[in-house]
Design a protein around this ligand. Structure first.
Ligand code: ZN
Length: 275
């Protein structure tokens, strides 16, 4: 697999321009740019300079993060969603970024929705977004999040949705932590059921040993420092023939306090063992 860096990892203490330099320096193959950090960058700098950077660097863009809360939108929410999504598509085409991460809706009421409602709504919105993305040549990676606040939680559920959508430009983002949030990955063998062509993105991240319901994104750790069976996940992806991105994505406030160079260097060292 190829080494990737997701900008969430240092987002409170870095900028896109700094992340680009550090990722190139520490040998990353890909960067997953955050849309908010891209918008921030564009206040100071030009998209032309970004194009030039990728034109002359080993590092390449892979996926924009992220289009969130895609389900059950009000017309107003849908308008805002489509505006950001279209911006992401335009920027993707300009700098050669192939994927957008799309995330199901989070909310206190989500557990009250029926499986059928969620399925129908997800299929509809993924088709709508894929129609928008098509002229730009952008693909959608749908990322389930295991905690009960999110409406699409398990890999099985996300896979069913993506198979119903049945388009080559709509697949999945497998995030080790987000999968673990659903029953602590008791259903790890579901990974075997995902066809290779539907694995668009692999987010790697470990976490502390805490009960479900308490465990949250702030408890993510460097790969190998926690309790998620990352070696087994990587083995399953290898067995499938997956050779795409393995991208470290952490949201740990403790790491946000540290110097980005230290975090990005450590993240590369700790992630390489699982490639
Ligand atoms: Zn993720």
């Amino acid at each position: 697999m190829k080494l990737g860096y997701n900008e969430a990892t240092c987002m409170k203490h870095s900028t896109l321009e700094q992340d680009l330099i550090l990722c190139e320096k520490y040998g990353y193959d890909y960067i997953e740019i955050r849309l908010d950090m891209l918008q921030d960058f564009l206040k100071r700098d030009s998209v032309k300079n970004l194009q030039d950077f990728f034109g002359s660097s080993r590092l390449k863009p892979y996926a924009f993060n992220s289009i969130e809360d895609i389900n059950f939108c009000t017309p107003k929410q849908k308008e805002t969603l489509l505006e950001l999504f279209t911006f992401g598509c335009e920027m993707s085409q300009t700098i050669g970024n192939p994927y957008m991460i799309v995330v199901p809706t989070m909310g206190k009421e989500m557990h009250k929705k029926s499986k059928e409602e969620i399925f129908d709504d997800s299929v509809q919105i993924l088709n709508q977004l894929a129609d928008v993305a098509k002229p730009y040549g952008v693909k959608l990676a749908f990322e389930p999040i295991g905690d009960k606040r999110w409406c699409v939680r398990s890999l099985d559920q996300a896979l069913e949705i993506v198979q119903e959508v049945n388009r080559p430009d709509v697949g999945l983002a497998l995030d080790a932590f987000n999968l673990y949030l659903y029953n602590k990955l008791e259903n790890i063998d579901t990974i075997d059921n995902v066809p290779l062509e539907k694995v668009f993105v692999y987010h790697i991240d470990d976490c502390e040993e805490l009960p479900l319901g308490v465990l949250d994104h702030c408890h993510r750790l460097y790969p190998g420092d926690g309790v998620i069976p990352l070696a087994e996940i990587s083995k399953k992806l290898h067995a499938k023939g997956y050779e795409g991105i393995c991208s470290i994505e952490l949201f740990r406030p403790e790491y946000w306090e540290k110097e980005p160079e230290e975090v990005i260097r450590t993240a590369a060292e700790k992630t390489r063992r699982f490639l």
